[in-house]
Design a protein around this ligand. Sequence first.
Ligand code: AMP
Length: 175
Amino acid sequence: MSVTAEDISNAIRDVPDFPKPGILFKDISPVLADPALLAGCIDLLAEGFKPGDIDQVVGIDARGFIFATGVALKLNAGFVPVRKKGKLPFKTYEESYDLEYGTNTVAVHVDAVKPGDRVLLIDDLLATGGTAVAAAKLLQKIDADIREIRFLIELSFLKGSDRLSGFPVKSILSY
Ligand code: AMP
């Protein structure tokens, strides 16, 4: 029996007031620790694409890496990390953004994709959309063809998808 979005939702742990008061943190650790649920996340995030449709799956530091790598393997695509500033060793482009809690800067290697590469961008969770918008801007700087942006979880009340309105966006779970 295949894993449903509801099965995944039931395993997500809500942690109130982490990392600061007023934030309800969606802890996916119990999902990742269950092999069937982990595989289910990968299947749902890759759904609709087949090997050959996507050149590079881009994951956002750090939980996005987990899903993007699995999806890349399933689609016979490469994996590209968008990392927090200061972590990538080669020449990078950078973008700064406001996070739901604090600010951050993300970076990508200038040669991470070939111009025109078909890219699927993945992160674990869409909150305000700041992170994903910054990642998308980085990918545009390196001439990636962003085919879709996908999230396991979307906090729809924060309206992050409005900020990504120029791209096809899909979330497996919406709260
Ligand atoms: P944002 O830029 O506001 O869309 O924030 C998205 C990023 O912050 C994602 O990489 C998430 O991992 C993390 N994040 C933001 N809010 C939460 C939350 N309530 N629970 C878990 N992770 C979150």
